[in-house]
Structures are given as structure tokens and as C-alpha cells.
Write a protein that binds this ligand. Structure first.
Ligand SMILES: Nc1ncnc2c1ncn2[C@@H]1O[C@H](COP(=O)(O)OP(=O)(O)OP(=O)(O)O)[C@@H](O)[C@H]1O
Ligand SMILES: O=c1ccn([C@@H]2O[C@H](COP(=O)(O)O)[C@@H](O)[C@H]2O)c(=O)[nH]1
Ligand SMILES: [Mg+2]
Length: 244
């Protein structure tokens, strides 16, 4: 079984000491009173999952897709999904969907996104895990996650696997800012104040994740300047070379 069993989940420390300071102040993590509830809920989900498939589920091929805000992750993922048969799970879209649901969790997420900060790992990983379970795809793109080392560690612990590859879209800041200001999709974070914060968070917290996976030989860096079609040519070459 590729997913880690719930026993391991409950035995593991919530975060390593390096992870606890990695994302940001603990102030915005789950309130202490909410944590046992979150773990219990996860425990139930894992138990029922193990029962439903006899524990033989094949591990999907997972690609994390990283890059700065506006580097073109979503644009390229749409093309990869259509040409290479991947499910496209955008962490940002999943969080925005939770906001749209009107849940209490959604209110917290909205405040964090407006400030360009990172949503607590417990929330994001659980939403991604559920989306993966519902999708049950053999090839999955996880777009815009993990955002920080704590996210990465939480994913590997809770979902129980590492990505097979990590795609990193490398784009200059001025180009990213220009694209975001021109996106025009009504996103609450597409304004210059929040964009500046997102760029800082990207440099300080997301780049270390890229560095970590580089040290494990998993990162494929793509030059994200040029037209979307030009960039996709490099992406196509990469995906065509993979043993999927
Ligand atoms: N190569 C490109 N050249 C010019 N504009 C682009 C290019 N790729 C994407 N765009 C446009 O730039 C904007 C941002 O692209 P996209 O949403 O794909 O980025 P992203 O990395 O997913 O951003 P975010 O992290 O904010 O979700 C969109 O309006 C998109 O149409
Ligand atoms: O794993 C994640 C992904 C996203 N966020 C928050 O959402 C916004 C927007 O994300 P996009 O990927 O750019 O759509 C991001 O700035 C974060 O505030 C997150 O916390 N964790
Ligand atoms: Mg996006």
C-alpha cells in the first residue's frame, strides 16, 4: 500500500523542529483545540480508505509544479493535463474552492491569501489528499504546492509518498509582476501590495523546497520566459522523455 497507515500518521511528530519555524509564525496554524479533531478526522478517512481497496492501491505518478507567482504554472499544467493525461490539482484553486464553500475554514484561508501568506499545512494537505482520493488518477500534477518546507514534510508524512518529479518554472520577477497585473480574473491577491508579499514568501519559503528536491535529483528547471507555446515545447520534451 503506497499510502502510509494511520498508525504511522498518529505516531509521527506533527512537525520536525526545523519545519515548525519554516513557514511562518505558529499564530496562524490550527488552534490547539482544533488539532485533535483534525487528526481524528484524518484517522477515520485513512481507516475507511484502507478497508475500501484492500490496501493495494497503486501509487500514482506525482509531479509537483513549482514557480513564482505568475510564472505560468496553471497555464502549463492545463496543457500538460490535456496532452499527457494528467489530473491537474491546483492547490490555490482547491483553497479558493474552500473559500467559496462558505466554511469557517474558508474564512481563515481568505484572510491568509489576501495577505499572500501560506495556509496551515494541516488544512492544505488534507484538502489535497481528499482531492487525490476523489480523483484516483494514475498521473497527478500538484500545482503550486508545497509552498514551504513545513508543507513538504506534512505532505510526505500524511500522504506517505514523495513526488516522482518536481517541475520548476523559472521566471524573472518583473515578468511575473507584469503577468499578474494583467491576469484580470478578479483574484483578491492580484494587486501590487499582495504581489510584493507573495514574491518575498516565494523567495524565502518556496525556494528552499526547490533546493531540497534539487539535492535529491528530482527538479527539472524550465525557462518560463517566452510565449506559453514556446515554454510548452520544453515541457513537452521533458514529459515525452519520462517513463510514465
Ligand atoms: N508565457 C506567458 N507569457 C505571457 N503571459 C503568460 C504566459 N503564461 C501565462 N501567462 C499569463 O500570465 C498570467 C499568470 O499565469 P498563470 O495563472 O498560469 O500563472 P501561475 O504561475 O499559475 O500564477 P499563480 O501562482 O498566481 O497561480 C495569466 O494571465 C496567464 O494567461
Ligand atoms: O499550497 C498552497 C497554495 C496556495 N496557497 C495560498 O493561495 C495563494 C494563491 O495560490 P496560487 O497557487 O498562486 O493560486 C498563495 O499566495 C497562498 O496564499 C497556500 O497557502 N498554500
Ligand atoms: Mg496558478
Amino acid at each position: 500500500m503506497w499510502r502510509r497507515r494511520v498508525g504511522a500518521l498518529l505516531r509521527s511528530p506533527r512537525t520536525s523542529s526545523s519545519a515548525s519555524s519554516a513557514c511562518q509564525s505558529r499564530r496562524h496554524h490550527l488552534l490547539p483545540s482544533e488539532e485533535p479533531l483534525a487528526l481524528n478526522r484524518l484517522a477515520r478517512l485513512f481507516t475507511s480508505q484502507a478497508g475500501s481497496d484492500g490496501g493495494d492501491t497503486q501509487k500514482p505518478f506525482i509531479a509537483f509544479v513549482l514557480g513564482g507567482p505568475g510564472s505560468g504554472k496553471g497555464t502549463q499544467c492545463t496543457k500538460i493535463a490535456s496532452d499527457f493525461g494528467f489530473a491537474h490539482l491546483s492547490a490555490g484553486d482547491i483553497l479558493r474552492h474552500e473559500i467559496a464553500s462558505g466554511s469557517e475554514k474558508g474564512e481563515l484561508i481568505l484572510e491568509i491569501i489576501k495577505e499572500g501568506r501560506i495556509v496551515p499545512s494541516e488544512i492544505t494537505v488534507e484538502l489535497i489528499r481528499k482531492a487525490m482520493e476523489m480523483n484516483n488518477a494514475k498521473r497527478v500534477l500538484i500545482d503550486g504546492f508545497p509552498r514551504c518546507e513545513e508543507n513538504r514534510i506534512a505532505f510526505e508524512r500524511i500522504v506517505g509518498t514523495e513526488p516522482d518529479i518536481v517541475i520548476f518554472f523559472d521566471c524573472p520577477e518583473d515578468e511575473m509582476v507584469k503577468r499578474l497585473l494583467g491576469r484580470n480574473q478578479g483574484r483578491v491577491d492580484d494587486n501590487i501590495e499582495t504581489i510584493k508579499k507573495r514574491l518575498k514568501v516565494f523567495e524565502s519559503l518556496n525556494i528552499p523546497v526547490v533546493d531540497y528536491y534539487s539535492s535529491r535529483g528530482k527538479v527539472h528547471k524550465i525557462n518560463a520566459t517566452g510565449t506559453a507555446d514556446e515554454i510548452f515545447e520544453a515541457v513537452r520534451r521533458l514529459f515525452s522523455s519520462l517513463r510514465l
